[in-house]
Design a binder for this molecule. Structure first.
Ligand code: ATP
Ligand code: MG
Length: 218
């Protein structure tokens, strides 16, 4: 178990169990998303990027306010989305739910998150992981130059969505199994009464059912 280093702000990292394997500086992946809900596409991506790039930990960083999605549909509360991600990664070595953006509050910007991680883990190598749909719009991210300066940009192939990557950045491409699943489709499935089994983990499925999520659509 890795502790934040001396002088770091513990409040930023209240539930850290970030683990480190002994090969030099900490290599930390940040896979940000709304995770409404988290699905097997997210998990297969995170586990394969961790393996391919020999990362100590991949944080599935739950956006507090996904500012690019606000207004487009009702978004499940941050605490419920965090609970689902925690349930999804429980007992999976090397994957952790990240609550930093929720603790920070307000709109969630990856540049802020990377800055905070740098303070908590000085000397760590940071990797910002995204699907190629997200990469295609990288220019629209708040302070994207800072994101590129603070981390290695990692893009994974996303089903049926091959896009030109924005030029001027050193993209690290990682091939992962292509799973044609999205949170949008899962929410639609709940509305239509179609099964979600095997598209989300069993504990996440149980939470969706117990909390009555996505019944209203949106
Ligand atoms: P929504 O349909 O609501 O947009 P989503 O399934 O795209 O949800 P997000 O939380 O928006 O999930 O995405 C978080 C990150 O996961 C993004 O970088 C996105 O590109 C990536 N991602 C989403 N689905 C997949 C998938 N099936 N395979 C690989 N990456 C994915
Ligand atoms: Mg998305």
């Amino acid at each position: 178990m890795l502790r934040p280093q001396a002088g770091a702000c513990f409040a930023l990292w209240p539930s850290s169990t970030v683990a480190r394997v002994p090969h030099g500086s900490l290599r930390l992946g940040v896979f940000g998303g709304t995770f409404d809900p988290p699905h097997v596409g997210h998990l297969v991506t995170a586990i394969n990027v961790r393996h391919a790039l020999v990362l100590d930990t991949v944080l599935l960083m739950v956006a507090n306010q996904p500012w690019q999605k606000l207004g487009s549909r009702p978004i499940t509360s941050a605490s419920q989305r965090l609970a689902m991600v925690r349930a999804a990664v429980a007992d999976v070595p090397g994957l952790e739910a990240g609550d930093l953006e929720i603790v920070h509050g307000g709109p969630s910007y990856t540049a802020d998150t990377l800055e905070a991680l740098q303070r908590v883990h000085p000397g760590a190598q940071l990797f910002t992981i995204m699907g190629d749909d997200a990469a295609a719009h990288f220019y629209t991210w708040e302070r994207y130059q800072q994101v590129a300066a603070l981390s290695t940009l990692v893009v994974v192939d996303r089903p049926g969505n091959h896009v030109e990557l924005p030029s001027g950045f050193d993209w690290e491409r990682v091939e992962v199994p292509r799973l044609d699943v999205s949170s949008t489709d899962l929410r639609d499935r709940v509305v239509d009464g179609r099964p979600l089994d095997y598209l989300v983990t069993a504990p996440v499925l149980a939470m969706i059912s117990e909390l009555g999520l996505y019944q209203e659509g949106g």
